[in-house]
Design a protein around this ligand. Structure first.
Ligand code: PLP
Length: 403
């Protein structure tokens, strides 16, 4: 018996294979530097931990929550999003609603289920988070990619986006700050994007899961802040995985036009039911204004690692690879710009990144993520979250290999 064709068409994770190899190498006694992490290596805000403890006793913490999440938490989230993004959901003819799910990934998956019919196109800006195309395809949709490149600091051209939008476009996904390149788009870019989107009628998905994670003063801005009418077609996606450092607690949310949130709620009711009651109850008591304060020392530390990386790139005359990363906690190295690529006479027609990542791990002990599945062949993603000395050593080994 074989698995379904839908499941068979899902790509298997290169990262998992690399992780397995990294673990095996470490078990054999080799020093391994793991730069693959997609999460912060810190416990959540102590205030949240205390609220979780205080919710352990009540019976309600162990019973089903409402499908869309507790009303008071959804209100709190709405206020939080309005205050931090400086917008209002109440100044519009459109009725908005929200849903709390088992992580941002789950929110995105249900959103795709609620909007897509077979063959509908969804525009992704590459490099993109690797799960988007997989989830789009599971619902029968077609991902359409608009590329960006290291030489443009990974900012896609507004003209290319405009040209990609057709009658078949059901939605466009904007992820700022971005995984895997650790940048957020400038206010000017967002303003231009707003103008283009105003002349379309597709849904707009704004994945803002890394909104709070920025380390160079500039705060991410969004298209709907320049054209508030666009909110009526926008879904803001966020969660606590990154901003409160609790990927394992599985809470994400989506705010958007009510009709589609109703569809997501129908799906959630029939597939997973409401998200974790205990954590929702703790989040209802938590003071969401603390998030930036909680992240401050962590962001300082990521900023130091980013500076270490930039300095070492410049020292090795690899400035071409460098760009102004400023948010989330990733950096993308375009391998085609490295001396290694040129020395080995490699060509961009093929994706050499999985093989190179494998060699890097074997020869230097540094584990990195090849970015082919992120829509960026011949790239590797580094996570900037590891301990400072370890990170510095890892970067030396990695750049010595690539230069
Ligand atoms: N969006 C992006 C861009 C991500 O990188 C991730 C996780 O890595 C998510 C959404 C989903 O996060 P979670 O499901 O943990 O809330």
């Amino acid at each position: 018996m074989k698995s379904s064709s839908r499941v068979a068409s899902l790509s298997t994770s290169v990262t998992l294979k690399l992780n397995e190899k990294a673990v095996a190498l470490a078990e054999e006694g080799n020093k391994v530097y793991n730069l693959t992490a997609g999460q912060l290596p810190y416990k959540p805000d102590t205030q949240l931990v205390d609220e979780i403890k205080s919710q352990v006793a009540p019976l309600k913490s162990y019973q089903y929550s409402p499908v869309r999440g507790y009303n008071n938490l959804r209100e709190k989230i709405k206020t939080h999003v309005q205050n931090t993004r400086k917008i209002s959901f109440d100044n519009s003819n459109c009725e908005f609603d929200s849903i709390i799910s088992n992580g941002g990934k789950h929110s995105f998956y249900m959103l795709m289920g609620a909007i897509l019919d077979p063959e509908d196109e969804v525009i992704l800006l590459s490099p993109y988070w690797l799960s988007y195309p997989q989830m789009i395809k599971l619902w029968g949709g077609k991902p359409v990619t608009v590329n960006s490149y290291a030489k443009n600091e990974f900012v896609p051209s507004i003209e290319d986006i405009k040209n990609a939008i057709t009658d078949k476009t059901k939605a466009i996904v904007i992820n700022s700050p971005n995984n895997p390149c650790g940048i957020h788009y400038s206010p000017d870019w967002m303003k231009q994007l707003a103008q283009v989107l105003t002349n379309t009628n597709c849904w707009i998905i704004s994945d803002e899961i890394y909104f709070h994670l920025r380390y160079r003063e500039k705060i991410p801005t969004y298209f709907y802040q320049y054209e508030s009418k666009l909110l009526e077609r926008t879904f803001i996606l966020d969660g606590i995985s990154k901003s409160l450092s609790c990927t394992g607690l599985r809470i994400g949310y989506c705010i958007g036009p009510k009709e589609i949130i109703n569809g997501m709620s129908k799906l959630q009711a029939q597939t997973s039911s409401g998200a974790n009651s205990l954590i929702q109850r703790a989040l209802t008591k938590y003071d969401w204004k603390n998030i930036d304060e909680f992240l401050k020392p962590i962001m300082q530390y990521i900023s130091t690692n980013a500076e270490v990386l930039e300095t070492k790139l410049e020292e090795r005359n690899m400035g071409e690879v460098n760009y102004n990363c400023d948010s989330a906690f990733y950096f993308l190295i375009d391998l085609a710009l490295t001396p290694y690529f040129k020395k080995n006479n490699l060509h961009k027609n093929d994706d050499h990144a999985p093989k190179i990542a494998d060699e890097i791990l074997e020869q230097t002990g540094v584990a990195v993520v090849p970015t082919g599945d992120f829509g960026y062949p011949n790239g590797i993603r580094l996570s900037l979250v590891s301990q400072e000395d370890n990170f510095s050593e890892a970067i030396d080994r990695l750049l010595d290999f690539l230069s």
